[in-house]
Design a protein around this ligand. Structure first.
Ligand code: GRF
Length: 216
């Protein structure tokens, strides 16, 4: 099955790097467990490995880089315009390493999700795996959340946790967390496509109930 040809939820994915989470979305669409149409992959880095993954699955790609823009305003305008062209129901930040400007967030209000490699609200920002190890955390993991103006602070949709092992390097911990990300992100997109995710008083409900952390 082609990753572009499925019906239902139209998504645009933003990346900056290798795109293993993007690949998990592509794979789930192809195998039929995620009913979404991947309309475009947009990167802020022209050499992002994820762009090649998209090309291999015949998904349109765009590079919108601040380096090629005259100003921040120009960059944001281009990004909004390009995303809007694809009329997405959902914009997925899958390893997009740039803080979205409020102009972009407002343009797709309530329709942007991000995957972050920590159990938010712990460890917002970068270098989360080493910070979790250094802090002596017993569990660590990843979060999918709606994007709001405050960095890594929007309503949480799902979390998956793994044990931190005594001998873990940041790299080893990151690998185990990534495995969970690859399960969780397509699952969340599927829940959204089935209209099972709602917001009440700033909290996410799934099938009307608060989310549960999945511990593996
Ligand atoms: C993931 O750990 C994601 O949580 C974070 O950036 C990383 C992207 O990895 N936001 P990949 O590009 O999907 O392999």
């Amino acid at each position: 099955m082609d990753a572009c040809s499925q019906s239902s939820l139209a998504i645009v994915v933003l990346i900056s790097g290798g795109g293993s989470n993007l690949q998990s979305i592509i794979d789930r669409i192809k195998e039929g467990s995620l009913s979404a149409t991947l309309r475009c992959v947009i990167s802020d880095q022209e050499n992002a490995g994820g762009l090649q993954r998209a090309v291999e699955s015949n998904i349109p790609t765009r590079v919108i880089s601040p380096k090629q823009s005259e100003s921040r305003h120009d960059f944001n305008t281009q990004l909004v315009r390009e995303i809007a062209k694809f009329q997405p129901d959902l914009v997925v930040l899958a390893g997009y390493m740039r803080i979205l400007d409020s102009a972009v967030i407002d343009a797709f209000d309530g329709k942007i999700i991000n995957i972050h490699p920590s159990l938010l609200p712990k460890f917002r920002g970068l270098d989360t795996h080493q910070r979790a190890i250094s802090a002596g955390e017993k569990i660590h993991g990843a979060t999918v959340h709606f994007v709001t103006a405050e960095l890594d602070a929007g309503p949480i949709i799902a979390q998956r946790a793994v044990d931190v092992r005594a001998e873990d390097s940041a790299h080893e911990l990151q690998s185990r967390v990534l495995q969970q990300e690859h399960i969780m992100l397509p699952e969340v997109i599927q829940l959204i496509s089935e209209n099972r995710v709602s917001l009440k008083s700033g909290k996410v409900l799934i099938d009307g109930k608060p989310f549960q952390v999945t511990v593996t």
